[in-house]
Design a protein around this ligand. Structure first.
Ligand SMILES: [Zn+2]
Ligand SMILES: [Zn+2]
Length: 300
């Protein structure tokens, strides 16, 4: 499968409209690349595409990548979306796709995420025809195409719950399926793991990490207290549902036994890893882990 990083930033992007932190200033001044909000596009053949999360930047992301653009007067090569959670930076792009005409999307998410979306006017339309919003069974394989042939009936998809809560607007409730990760496997066994949000690496996520050929992981924050330390917000990474990358018991420490390709995505603009000259970025490089960027492409 072909994988394209449409966006590599956490909510707000880099630069974020109301932020003048060092990272946002560097991107705004053109010293470092800009980043849109996190999403991947994947395709078995380069013709039909599935989005992994649908960010509020989706319209600009489509314009930046010709294979996602329409090929006739009205239409789209995007067959559907797999959603990890109900945070607005992960499904808010649906509101930008409401001129869909006859085209229906197959949306997949957990039941918890579907229930949260169904009561919001901007997203409720996607639970009705011509769309289908299907529940991804947790831990069991599902058909990403809902029985249709949108992206070629050959990719096997499995959603599984990861530690996390519902979004702030829902009170950060604990519920199984509030946040999920996806494993997408080729018939030959090559597997992509997409886990852009998790509060902890539990046994299920650890085992998925063991087997994935390529893993995209939550790189939101390098340290638990970086928002507080930089005077940006009074919140900690863990309280926002993100396991920090560089913490002594954070993600990098848990990746020591993994030798295959690993890529951090969903970087918050406070994250020192965004500066390639920082010790945080060096720590990631020394661990053999990559940092995603908008426009990154690979084959799994
Ligand atoms: Zn997010
Ligand atoms: Zn900033």
């Amino acid at each position: 499968m072909i994988v394209r990083v449409l966006g590599s930033a956490a909510g707000g992007g880099v630069p974020q409209w109301n932020c003048a932190c060092a990272n946002c200033a560097a991107a705004r001044e053109g010293h470092r690349p800009r980043r849109t909000q996190s999403s991947l596009a994947l395709s078995p053949d380069g013709a039909r595409w599935l989005l992994l999360n649908c960010s509020p930047d989706v319209a600009a992301q489509i314009e930046a990548f010709a294979p996602l653009q329409p090929r006739r007067s009205r239409g789209t090569p995007i067959g559907g979306m797999l959603l990890t959670d109900a945070n607005v930076d992960h499904l808010g792009g649906l509101a930008a796709l409401r001129q869909h005409g006859e085209h229906g999307f197959i949306v997949r998410s957990s039941g918890v995420v579907r229930a949260l979306a169904a009561v919001q006017p901007a997203f409720a339309a996607f639970t009705r025809a011509p769309h289908r919003w299907l529940e991804a069974p947790l831990g069991a394989p599902c058909d990403p195409e809902g029985g249709e042939d949108l992206v070629g009936n050959r990719l096997r998809v499995r959603a599984f719950p990861v530690p996390g809560t519902t979004p702030g607007y829902d009170g950060r409730r604990s519920a199984s399926g509030a946040v999920v990760a996806y494993e997408i496997a080729e018939p030959n066994g090559a597997t992509l793991l997409f886990a852009p949000v998790f509060a902890e690496i539990d046994a299920t996520l650890a085992s998925a990490l063991q087997s994935a050929s390529v893993a995209f992981l939550d790189g939101s924050f390098y340290s638990d207290d970086e928002l507080v330390a930089q005077g940006l917000a009074d919140k900690r990474a863990r309280s926002l549902g993100h396991l920090p990358v560089g913490d002594w018991r954070g993600t990098l420490a848990r990746l020591r036994s993994r030798s295959r390709r690993t890529i951090f995505t969903h970087l918050n603009n406070s994250n020192p890893m965004l500066d390639p000259n920082s010790s945080a970025a060096a720590h990631v490089r020394e661990a053999g882990v990559e940092i995603a960027y908008d426009g990154m492409e690979l084959t799994v």
